[in-house]
Design a protein around this ligand. Structure first.
Ligand code: SF4
Length: 338
């Protein structure tokens, strides 16, 4: 299934989840606490049918909770509605998200039977201390075991990780990325920690026992992590929580909540690449950075902040950006004008 498929979301909020991850309040994140039903699946598909153009790929996605941890009968009711739509050609694929310790052979057989294509696993961290302090209730070994089972059973595997959880450092977050890469996922989502009201993390933050993972912290560590996934050929399909009215309206009490976090990280990655290229350039030089098509504003940064920093750090007389005509987004080159 192409990554450009239109996602038809069905939220499964906290349904059946016996855990209490310190950062999680599914009701606030998904905006609903009602249990999803087969009717919701049908409605989501009918709504999409009403506005999506003919031929547009549709992927039904069970998001928000730990799908395979809900009672088998409820899983089957939701999956049966999805499978019916799949068989009728109303959707093209089914995906769901779940926890590493809610995966076993019986579960995977059920998902296969109902035609699920993609399983997203919330790994969050590969550091057992961070997992424990975050109340995840599973270990890094459980992520490795579940990932291998999912891949061996022929599903597409998407891994989710978080940065800035309790006990995490840039080093543990980078190490998490390396260990996820070793599992060979088909894509990853990176969610820098947001402090949501009515969570244990919010209480720790207010008590001063958890230090906020700011937008700047998230941009710094993600700018180290994203190039690792890119170099391994693993697409980062999401960076940062999707903005919602509720989060923007005050439920996000702190942490790395920014509607354009992904753009900020891309901009920082380009800043770091430019710094490497400029190493050893004579102060007073006039330089031109050539970037891939569509990358000019990312290279310049918000309010041209990247260019200002580079000019100051390297004592440049002038720095300009030139955009290549071809869509070669990754490679950047430097020319020095005499
Ligand atoms: S396992 Fe998922 S749904 Fe359950 S508390 Fe943790 S983050 Fe929330």
């Amino acid at each position: 299934m192409s990554a450009r498929a239109h996602i038809l979301p069905v939220f499964v909020p906290h349904l059946g989840c016996p855990h209490a991850c310190v950062f999680c309040n599914q009701r606030r994140i998904s905006g609903t606490q009602r249990l999803a039903t087969a009717e919701d699946v049908k409605n989501s598909i009918a709504q999409a049918a009403a506005f999506l153009p003919e031929g547009e790929k549709r992927q039904l996605a069970f998001y928000g909770g730990s799908f395979t941890a809900i009672p088998a009968r409820e899983q089957e009711a939701l999956l049966a509605a999805a499978k019916q739509a799949l068989d009728r050609g109303e959707i093209d694929a089914i995906r769901l998200s779940t926890r590493p310790d809610a995966i076993d052979d019986t579960v995977l057989r059920r998902l296969r039977f109902y035609g699920v294509e993609t399983v997203e696993l919330g790994a969050q961290s590969m550091d057992d201390t961070v997992l424990r302090l975050s109340g995840r209730g599973h270990t890094a070994a459980a992520v490795e075991r579940a990932s291998r089972q999912i891949k061996a059973a022929g599903f597409q595997l998407i891994l989710q990780m978080m940065t800035g959880l309790p006990g995490a450092t840039d080093e543990t977050d980078v190490e998490t990325a390396r260990r996820l890469i070793a599992l060979g996922p088909d894509g990853v989502r990176i969610y820098p920690t947001v402090i949501v009201k009515d969570t244990a993390l919010y209480e720790s933050f207010r008590a001063g026992t958890y230090r906020e993972h700011t937008v700047e912290d998230a941009v710094r560590v993600c700018a180290k992590i994203v190039p690792l996934f890119e170099a391994a050929g693993i697409p980062v399909i999401r960076l940062g929580l999707n903005p919602t009215e509720e989060l923007s309206g005050g439920a996000a009490a702190g942490g790395a909540y920014h509607p354009a976090l992904g753009e900020l990280v891309k901009s920082r990655v380009l800043l770091e690449k430019a710094r490497e290229l400029l190493e050893g350039v004579e102060p007073g030089s006039r330089v031109r950075l050539t970037v891939g098509r569509g990358r000019t504003s990312q290279m310049a940064g918000q309010h041209r902040e990247n260019l200002r920093r580079l000019r100051e750090e390297f004592g440049l007389a002038e720095i300009k950006i030139r955009e290549k005509s071809e869509a070669d987004g990754e490679n950047m080159s430097l020319s020095i004008e005499m």
